[in-house]
Design a binder for this molecule. Structure first.
Ligand SMILES: NC(=O)c1ccc[n+]([C@@H]2O[C@H](COP(=O)([O-])OP(=O)(O)OC[C@H]3O[C@@H](n4cnc5c(N)ncnc54)[C@H](O)[C@@H]3O)[C@@H](O)[C@H]2O)c1
Length: 301
């Protein structure tokens, strides 16, 4: 496949969860058209509502004009049908971090797009090269890893494999820099890419310290907020990312590296097993009411 650098007009996003809807919103704000696809109609309804709320919030804060919202929302289509991707220039997969599911979804996406469509995965940690094995044409495929919440986070990792056509990498770097106005960080397909290779051992260390009763959850978080100027402590950040996501990413990095720093501590694993996956479930290391941490305490489950 060959792609000269050109503006991407329509973006497809598979999966309308925390990341998919954030990616969709960022693309809308950049003036692009978006087709947001999910197998769950309820998830699509929730995603549209959340995008509307987030855009309205920007109007209320005086960051954007109200007339923009109508124009942006008119560019948003939602569908449960993967065949709707046929009109897209770029399709970004953002379904749960389950290798077999991603392989299956990517295969289905490729069957439903044009030859020139670029396909990307938002995986946090699954080797992009491994995912490319599901495609007939891996030269059109790469990792494009956004951060949560996407509209506010200005970095996107671009992860080409050895099979990715260099023009595809250039087109995606251009899309991130010139259209989304975010910073593209092109990084090799190594365990955890750049950000998670640094972040995950740090988050797991905080959970391990809590498990070993170094200090309370509040105090561990305050150590990094007050002592190092971090806007969020590691336990609150883990809850924000989703403890299931943190555990899945750690598992993928560990599978490749056998680095003990990526072994999931018992307390975190138990919370995930109990469905207490953090902010999205209302309970993780902290309890949440109206999306604000309310109470805390060691969770040596
Ligand atoms: N949460 C984060 O902070 C974060 C950050 C960066 C990257 N990621 C990565 O982004 C991806 C998505 O994470 P998330 O947090 O948005 O997950 P999520 O669980 O919030 O959303 C996943 C969505 O995918 C949908 N889905 C499931 N199967 C599908 C299918 N076959 N076709 C279409 N849609 C399907 C679900 O209905 C759900 O709406 C994962 O790979 C994750 O590792 C997450």
């Amino acid at each position: 496949m060959s792609n000269s650098i050109r503006r991407i007009g329509k973006i497809g996003v598979a999966g309308s969860g925390a990341m998919g809807r954030g990616i969709a919103e960022s693309c809308l704000r950049a003036g692009a058209s978006v087709l947001l696809q999910d197998t769950s109609a309820a998830a699509l309804r929730a995603a549209r509502k959340q995008i509307e709320r987030s855009l309205q919030h920007s109007v209320d804060k005086g960051i954007v004009e109200a007339k923009n919202i109508e124009a942006w929302l008119s560019q948003l289509e939602v569908s449960e049908d993967v065949a709707a991707f046929m009109s897209c220039d770029l399709v970004i997969e953002a379904v749960p971090e389950i290798p077999d599911l991603k392989l299956e979804v990517l295969k289905r996406i490729e069957k439903n797009v044009r030859d020139v469509t670029i396909i990307a995965t938002n995986t946090s940690s699954i080797p992009v090269t491994k995912l490319s094995s599901s495609l007939m044409d891996p030269s059109r495929f790469l990792g494009l890893h956004f951060f949560n919440p996407v509209p506010r986070m200005n970095l996107a990792e671009v992860i080409p494999t050895v099979l990715t056509d260099s023009t595809v990498t250039a087109a995606v770097e251009y899309f991130v820099r010139e259209q989304l106005e975010k910073t593209p960080l092109t990084v090799a397909d190594r365990p955890g890419f750049a950000v998670n290779a640094l972040l995950i051992p740090y988050l797991l260390s905080a959970a391990r310290m809590l498990d070993l009763s170094y200090a309370s959850a509040d105090d561990i978080d305050n150590a990094m907020k007050l002592g190092c100027g971090h806007p969020m402590g590691p336990l609150e950040l883990s809850d924000f990312i989703g403890l299931d996501v943190v555990a899945a990413v750690a598992g993928s990095i560990y599978a490749e590296t056998k680095d003990h720093a990526c072994i999931v501590p018992n307390n975190l694993r138990r919370l995930v097993e109990a469905g207490q996956t953090g902010r999205k479930s209302g309970q993780g290391f902290f309890k949440y009411a109206d999306n604000v941490p309310t109470t805390s305490g060691p969770q040596s489950t």
